[in-house]
Design a protein around this ligand. Structure first.
Ligand code: MTE
Length: 315
């Protein structure tokens, strides 16, 4: 079992070498947060992305926003890549309540303004889908550790479980005759993974609040894991002692593990994971294929979490 780790993270330490990020000022967000109540989406302000040396291939370009918002997996709106953008227009991400409970000294509910009041940062992360494609996305969010810190995890907490909203009236994929997955969509992390400075709750992307198809109003981003860990439109986060059930692991346990760490050496039973296709990215000689990196390139930050573990058995 992973030991419970202290959560207080000095600002200087939440800047991994392989991440570009820009810290935002709370004051400006206070103003923007007010706007969120009135407008369907709002801009967080002009983004100024600074390239950080080391660990990140400068040839990697941020994925065009049009691609990141039109090629999605969000089965609550349908199983096709174009379905979430086409069929999420009825979804109402405001008002919103995120409940954080379970093995916590101070379980709490957070509305959207309370979430927006966390110290938001922009993080440009490489994202790798288990299906073999990847993107580079400028997220806006805050470390999940900051939220968990508020509710004071008990010493018995070992895992964190996440749950997506169930609203068949607003989510066509939840009311069809064909139900591709059991609802709610659920995910989980080991507590030490959840407390990694790389793990964020995202409220926005490309300088604006999240579009519905990308998981409005709040979703998880874990950049060293396959995309299905990034559960969208979260209504509940629960600290648990036992490893939580996760949607894809329950649906196809031989294909999707609990850990789901990006690993070019562990193939999916039906396809190789050694390379990936970068959506909208200019590769060499017209190909967008590139080698997949261990832990999606974030090994310096996260490999220690798995010291001594057999990553083929714990895929
Ligand atoms: N969350 C919910 N609730 N439902 C889903 O179907 N799909 C997952 C993940 N989160 C999914 C979800 C998968 S398979 C991927 S690859 C990512 O969302 C895609 O995120 P994106 O559309 O923002 O790129």
């Amino acid at each position: 079992m992973p030991p419970y780790r202290p959560i207080a993270i000095p600002g200087s330490e939440i800047t991994p070498e392989s991440v570009y990020f820009r810290r935002r000022e709370l004051l400006r967000l206070g103003a923007a947060g007010g706007l969120a109540l009135a407008a369907p989406s709002f801009a967080f302000g002009a983004t100024e992305l600074a390239a950080r040396p080391g660990g990140y291939d400068p040839d990697e370009q941020v994925t065009p926003e049009a691609d990141a918002t039109s090629y999605n997996n969000f089965y609550e709106f349908g199983t096709g890549k174009a379905d979430p953008a086409a069929h999420s227009g009825e979804f109402q991400p405001r008002p919103w309540t995120l409940t954080v409970d379970g093995l916590a000294g101070k379980p709490a509910e957070f509305d959207l303004d309370q979430l927006l009041a966390f110290e938001l940062e922009e993080r440009i992360y490489r994202m790798r889908c288990v299906e073999g494609w990847s993107m580079v996305i400028p997220w806006i969010g805050f470390p999940l550790a900051a939220l968990l810190d508020r509710v004071e995890p008990l010493g018995s907490a070992r895992y964190v479980a996440f749950e997506t909203v169930v609203r068949p009236e607003e989510m066509p994929g939840q009311r069809g005759v064909f139900q591709p997955l059991p609802w709610p969509y659920v995910e989980g992390l080991r507590l030490d993974e959840a407390l990694s400075p790389l793990t964020i709750l995202s409220l926005g992307m490309y300088g604006k609040t999240l579009p519905n198809q990308n998981g409005a109003p709040v979703r998880l981003v874990v950049p060293w894991k396959y995309g299905f860990k990034g559960i969208k439109s979260i209504v509940r986060i629960t600290l648990t002692e036992d490893q939580p059930v996760t949607t894809w692991n329950r649906s196809a346990p031989s294909e999707y593990g609990f850990y789901a760490n990006v690993n070019p050496e562990v193939d999916h039973p039906r396809w190789s994971q050694a390379t990936e296709n970068r959506i909208g990215g200019g590769g060499f000689f017209g190909s967008n294929d590139r080698p997949t990196l261990m832990f999606n390139g974030y090994g310096d930050e996260v490999a220690d979490l798995y010291a001594g573990m057999d990553l083929k058995a714990n895929f």
